[in-house]
Design a protein around this ligand. Structure first.
Ligand code: BG6
Length: 481
């Protein structure tokens, strides 16, 4: 397959992180708890993984981290702001030290010629709002999200041009127990997920509109988890299941972001299943206006998935990831009368059961471009693995290099087929807390010396992939060897 040799001149190479997964300092300098502080304490009790109190201590190592990113040659860095560090109670009084932390981080990035790309919300709602009204459970969250968005847009408007509103809305809907703190009643109430999704669409739209009002030359997107949902066979029933999954898990979000509508076949399915959500008068106008204020789509791509015709009479089930690594299992999703997930035997899986599929990245990039014709920014892509720190301080991670190399080649093929890609920000700049497998599952180019059991000194080490990525960036993607 033909592909371009190198990337466009203004293409940005960098990497990504999120606040609660790397900052630590969970209760320092005026920050109050967010839902991930609480959720990760539960994960610690259940599985023994580290909690979010220290993680890889970026709050105290940010200067060193930025210097290492600059050494790799980064031109961009995607990170998120920790809402309860900035507004400890969700709304109202800001926390001066928290606000200052992001000014300092951005200054450090700019001093090293690294473009900051800021996610407003990456799973960490302030506990104050969860305690007050249940977070995404209540429509009040839409106004409070807008309040927070306007606050940070005004505060950092001269320093940040690229803004992402919400990280992985589809994942929040699908893994609502791990991305939100909710009652048992909500967890087993599938309707709640779609109502929360509607509130997220409103919150996203209001933030996108505000960004265009407040920030000059702004570029606004949202970061969405994307995957091609292949049919398990050419049996038309399997093909229909694959089509339904693509509509429900990709286009239902993208259609709201870029067309300001809800995908008709998914809306009809939800109604048939008694899962319709409340849309008040004027809501769709806000979502439509939001779509007119979108400049690009951020995509997070790790894996593809496979779908077959659902087992007749099977009950609704949500996907459970492999929680223990090697030997762990995935429980596949079922949407009754719509689709059922299954393993793809053509692909190899990581130790954490993520099927490795670079062609799938090309597939989604071209699908997005053909359907919406918008520029795309890769906001996440990466290989989670057990890395080993050798006695001499080296870390040999050929599997990560191989994974990223093949995904860069997939981007080259997509560019040759007309896709505009603004930046590549793989996950993650340095090691951090995984959402499902603690510190044990590492993604970084920079190794951080700590384990799930021991915090240690969080000393930073360069992995083999660090030097490899440095050469890729220096050649603008030409040299992948
Ligand atoms: C994305 C999230 O879903 O995948 C990140 O935006 C997350 O927060 C990443 O860390 C990898 O998932 P995991 O569970 O391996 O950490």
């Amino acid at each position: 397959m033909e592909f371009v040799e190198e990337f466009p001149k203004n293409f940005m190479w960098g990497a990504a992180t999120s606040a609660y997964q790397c900052e630590g300092a969970a209760l320092e300098d005026g920050k109050k708890e967010n839902q991930q502080d609480v959720i990760n304490r539960q994960i610690h009790e259940e599985y023994g993984y580290a909690d979010a109190s220290v993680t890889t201590d970026h709050y105290h190592h940010y200067k060193e981290d930025v210097a290492l990113m600059a050494e790799m040659g980064f031109q961009s860095y995607r990170f998120s702001m920790n809402w309860s560090r900035i507004l400890p109670d969700g709304v109202g009084e800001p926390n001066p030290k928290g606000v200052q932390f992001y000014h300092d981080l951005i200054k450090e990035l700019r001093d090293h010629n690294i473009e900051p790309i800021v996610t407003m919300w990456h799973y960490d709602l302030p506990m104050a709002l969860v305690e007050k009204y249940g977070g995404w459970r209540d429509r009040q969250i839409v106004d409070d999200f807008e309040y927070y968005a306007r606050f940070i847009l005004n505060e950092y408007k001269d320093e940040v041009k690229y803004w992402l509103t919400i990280n992985e809305q589809s994942i929040v809907v699908n893994y609502i127990d791990r991305k939100n703190l909710i009652s048992k009643e909500d967890m087993f109430n599938p309707k709640f997920r779609w109502q929360a999704n509607h509130y997220m669409n409103l919150a996203h739209a209001k933030a996108a509109i505000a960004a265009h009002e407040i920030v000059k030359d702004v570029q606004v997107g949202a970061a969405l988890d994307t995957a091609p949902y292949y049919a398990a066979s050419s049996d038309p029933k399997d093909v229909m299941a694959g089509k339904n999954a693509n509509a429900m898990k990709n286009y239902f979000y993208m259609d709201a972001y870029f067309k300001g509508i809800y995908t008709p076949s998914v809306l009809a399915y939800l109604k048939r299943q008694g899962l319709e959500f409340e849309i008040q008068d004027g809501d769709m106008d806000i979502i439509k206006k939001g779509s007119e204020n979108m400049d690009f789509l951020g995509i997070n791509y790790y894996q593809s998935a496979c779908m077959k015709a659902p087992t007749p009479g099977a009950a609704r089930r949500f996907k459970q990831n492999n929680k223990i690594g090697k030997g762990g299992k995935v429980t596949y999703e079922i949407q009754p009368d719509f689709y059922e997930g299954c393993h793809n035997d053509f692909l190899q899986d990581t130790d954490f059961s993520f099927p490795i599929d670079p062609d799938g990245l090309q597939y989604v990039l071209e699908e997005i471009n053909d359907r919406y014709g918008v520029p795309v920014m890769i906001c996440e892509n990466g290989f989670g693995a057990y890395d080993k720190l050798e006695k001499d301080g080296s870390i040999h991670d050929p599997y990560r290099i191989e994974y990223i190399r093949e995904h860069i080649k997939a981007m080259k093929r997509a560019i040759a087929n007309g896709v505009t890609i603004i930046a590549y920000n793989p996950w993650s700049a340095f090691d951090l807390l995984s959402t499902s497998n603690g510190i044990a599952k590492r993604y970084g180019f920079i190794y951080v010396d700590r384990t799930d059991d021991e915090e240690r000194d969080c000393k930073r080490y360069r992995k083999d992939s660090f030097y490899w990525y440095q050469r890729v960036i220096a050649s603008n993607g030409k040299n992948l060897e």
